[in-house]
Design a protein around this ligand. Structure first.
Ligand code: ADP
Ligand code: NA
Length: 350
């Protein structure tokens, strides 16, 4: 069977927010205890939606600083940026030839990001999930912690791995490169693992503070819609105070959150930050008004986020150190990626 290995990535675009933290980065930190982990700043992904960025290198450092400030250990694990390891792009090209156009056209993120003028979206935006599959599979990673929004892309990664394993099954066997893995009740054999998404906990989909029907996002034009990882205590409190709610008190049971997306979101955020469940939060706050709950939530958010923001600022003052971390991580990641690509070229006959 495959050695258990965790991979995930974050784009260096815009401000990291509470959704990124609770949905992804906090899980990255927790998984370090039990797994070998590779965490990547996916700079090649960030040019799919918008080619020209004012300070892409600075954004890449800032995400790296957030990884380190949140508690990722770049010595025990690997932290690097995607463009440093060209094997990602090489495998992505091969996966472009494995995946079908119809698979890409079905991706809801592509439809959202391309908008109405789909013919004018970059080809890279359409092929984004191929590159994401390559990011994961170039390390033959078995587990990927992500937020709920990435579920469909992870399914595509599994489809690509499966099609590659099937299309080249004879060649993989001939070269003795197959690995056995459990798939449900079956044992199958392949070169690439069928990766498992790790989506779980109270805050896998954090919503905008201004609109309970939209996810909290880096690209939302309203800064009041999200809590940025670098917001100071006053800003965090102000944004939570202004968060959209309804006039009812909090319910005593989780069922009472049905049809109340804003209340559900704030309770979910509290549960995520406190590392507990919605049930537990409602046990404490059920029957209380938002005028009581919001200040408690703001205090908790400040308590959890302020130390990360302070550490990010400290790290960002020394860009040479961050660059050294990325260089070292890139070298170690590149060695693994090249081993995979050596076999992939052999399997295909390149
Ligand atoms: P964004 O979606 O904000 O542009 P990325 O695409 O770089 O950010 O996503 C980085 C990680 O954060 C992914 O694992 C993604 O699933 C997660 N994530 C993004 N937004 C949210 C959210 N609102 N709630 C939970 N997780 C999220
Ligand atoms: Na995303």
């Amino acid at each position: 069977t495959f050695r258990q290995l965790v991979f995930s990535g974050v784009q260096p675009t815009g401000n990291l927010h509470l959704g990124n933290y609770l949905g992804a980065i906090r899980k990255f930190v927790a998984l370090q205890e039990s797994h070998d982990c590779i965490y990547c700043v996916v700079d090649l992904h960030s040019i799919t939606a918008q080619l020209v960025h004012e300070d892409l290198a600075g954004q890449t450092r800032s995400i790296t600083a957030a990884f380190l400030a949140a508690g990722i250990d770049p010595k025990k694990h690997i932290v690097f940026n995607q463009a440093r390891v060209p094997q990602h792009a090489e495998l992505a090209w091969i996966f472009n030839c494995v995946a079908r156009i119809g698979w890409m056209n079905r991706m809801t993120q592509f439809k959202d990001k391309a908008g109405k003028d789909r013919e004018n979206a970059s080809l890279g935006l359409l092929a984004y999930p191929s590159l994401m599959a390559a990011d994961i599979l170039v390390y033959r990673a078995t587990h990927v912690p992500v937020g709920e929004d990435q579920k469909q892309h992870l399914e595509l990664t599994r489809d690509i791995a499966q099609k590659f394993n099937n299309d080249f099954s004879h060649r993989i066997a001939e070269l003795g490169l197959g690995v056995e893995m459990q798939m449900g009740d079956e044992v199958v054999n392949g070169f690439f693992p069928i990766t498992e998404p790790l989506i779980g906990g109270a805050a896998t989909r954090v919503m905008s503070l201004r609109d309970g029907s939209k996810k909290m996002s880096k690209s939302d034009p309203s800064d009041l819609s999200r809590i940025n990882l670098t917001d100071d205590a006053d800003t965090i409190s102000k944004k939570i105070k202004k968060a959209k709610t309804d006039p009812e008190a909090l319910p005593g049971e989780v069922d009472g959150l049905l049809g109340r997306p804003e209340a559900d979101n704030l309770v979910g955020i509290y549960a995520g930050l406190a590392d507990t469940t919605r049930e537990a939060v409602l046990k404490e706050f059920g029957g209380q008004q938002f005028s009581t709950f919001k200040p408690a939530l703001a205090d908790l958010a400040v308590e959890k986020l302020a130390p990360i923001a302070a550490e990010m600022r400290r790290l960002m003052a020394d860009p040479a150190h961050i660059d050294a971390v990325l260089k070292d991580g890139g070298e170690r990641a590149g060695a693994i990626a090249e081993q995979t690509m050596y076999s992939v070229r052999d399997i295909i006959g390149l």
